[in-house]
Design a protein around this ligand. Structure first.
Ligand code: 5AD
Ligand code: SF4
Length: 444
């Protein structure tokens, strides 16, 4: 690699989960603090960060094709950094296979990006996939510009080791950010205009810490403390594991008004044999009982889940157990995936790998069931009054788009502005969104 002038503009492209979206934003802030400006819409950037996801197949192929597409007509390339979980898992290989990549940086090391850029501009290719003991959060610049709804990482990594999943390897062990760090960042986000905070973590409900009074606290304690911030209107959290749904967190759903009535609680399968083979620590029944307890304190709660079809050895009858569980729950929304063998995970070498056609067919049936339930959930909301947090303009003139407390997309027309909480009546339910009429402004 030849030395290159320092980059003046950057673009971060994030793939995958919300945590990557958050990391991508923070990398952008870090680059901006270094005097590198975001590239204008449509313009080429001097520095491109591909913030990758490794959770399912084709991620690696996609990274290579994205790298290829960054080559300009004159044959030159921008400074390319591969970040995120593919970088963590395959950093050395990317460096060997893709000469146009200048930097590889893992999800726990991206606060060191300025140093890597200095190396790269000096003509040396740079790799950092350390999981340093010092936290990256302390080294990142403070939050400044945010939208009405902001993500806030409170916990990272996972110790659950579900047999299909790469996260414990790419993101490392479960680590909770200290209470005071989180609270400080929340205050900054709210000052910068955030009305809603979504606390994120691979296993967010495993968060633990010590509150301002020195008491041991779980996620519920953190939520209760954040709810005291006057300008903060809404709190959400994702993604949770059933094993960490504590009594206190369930109770918070009934008691903390700012905690929105929405729970994303992945179950993955409705078959106890499959759940065991996945190393999930719950059964279908214990999961359903948990949901009943949440519904008892918050009857209108919108439930969301993740499903994997075609886990090795999954029989038709076991798949039907999953469909039955879906019928029982009546989800407001779901994410569903075909099982994808991840190198290095125990399930990748299990016998009974399922044929792609079978997976396709099961995924279609499962998605038909969850789409049906999502549509029913949206229609059942018609006639309700609720607040909508306005996030952007809609497609039509005078139209606004925001989220209901149940995380539904809601369109409405009227005198509103981005960042306002508007009182509406839901008037029409479509499969993926709702229409509403404004009742009154509930205040900015
Ligand atoms: N194959 C398919 N889906 C997976 N997920 C995680 N690992 C895999 C895999 N190997 C899904 C799970 C998880 C979500 C984030 O991604 O459903 O909850
Ligand atoms: Fe992966 Fe399971 Fe951890 Fe979720 S709980 S991140 S699926 S290992």
């Amino acid at each position: 690699m030849r030395p290159t002038p320092p980059p003046r503009t950057y673009r971060v492209k994030s793939f995958g989960c919300q945590m990557n979206v958050y990391d991508g934003e923070r990398m952008g802030e870090l680059l901006a603090a270094e005097g590198i400006a975001p590239a204008a819409e449509g313009a080429e950037a001097d520095l491109v960060v591909l913030n990758t996801c490794h959770i399912r197949e084709k991620a690696v192929d996609r990274v290579y094709s994205d790298i290829g597409r960054l080559r300009r007509e004159d044959g030159t390339v921008p400074l390319i950094a591969v970040a995120g979980c593919v970088a963590q898992a395959e950093g050395e290989e990317i460096m060997a296979r893709a000469p146009s990549v200048a930097m590889v940086v893992g999800p726990q090391a991206y606060h060191r990006l300025p140093g890597l850029i200095a190396e790269a501009t000096a003509g040396r290719r740079a790799v950092d996939t350390d999981m340093p003991a010092e936290t990256k959060f302390g080294a990142l610049p403070a939050r400044r510009k945010v939208g009405p709804s902001a993500f806030l990482t409170v916990q990272e990594g996972c110790d659950k080791f579900c047999t299909y999943c790469v996260v414990p390897y790419t993101r490392g062990a479960e680590v909770s950010r200290p209470f005071s760090d989180i609270f400080g960042e929340a205050e900054k986000l709210v000052e910068a205009g955030a009305k809603e905070l979504t606390l994120i973590g691979q296993n967010v409900n495993a968060w633990s810490g010590t509150d301002a009074a020195g008491r041991a606290s779980g996620l519920d304690g953190l939520i209760r403390a954040l709810a005291k911030l006057p300008a903060l209107a809404r709190i959400r959290y994702t993604t949770s594991h059933p094993a960490d749904m504590t009594e206190g967190l369930i109770a918070a759903h009934g008691e903390v008004e700012k905690l929105m009535p929405f729970l994303h609680l992945p179950v993955q399968s409705g078959s106890d044999r499959v759940l065991k083979a996945m190393n999930r620590s719950h059964t279908a029944d214990s999961y359903l009982k948990l949901l009943e307890r949440v519904r008892a304190v918050r009857p209108d709660i919108a439930l969301s889940g993740d499903f994997i079809v075609g886990f090795p050895g999954e029989t038709e009858a076991e798949f039907e157990d999953t469909l039955r569980l879906i019928d029982t729950v009546g989800y407001a929304q779901c994410f569903s995936f075909k099982y994808s063998p991840r190198p290095g995970t125990p399930a990748a070498t299990m016998p009974g790998q399922i044929a792609p056609e079978v997976m396709d067919e099961r995924l279609q049936r499962l998605q038909a069931a969850v789409n049906r339930d999502q549509y029913a959930f949206n229609r059942a909301a018609v006639g309700r009054r609720c607040t909508v947090l306005v996030e952007r303009k809609g497609k039509l003139p005078g139209q606004w788009l925001g989220k209901s407390p149940w995380l539904q997309s809601v369109h409405f027309e009227g005198d509103a502005a981005i960042g306002e909480l508007v009182e509406v009546e839901l008037t029409h339910g479509a499969p993926n969104s709702l229409h509403a009429e404004m009742v009154a402004s509930a205040g900015a």
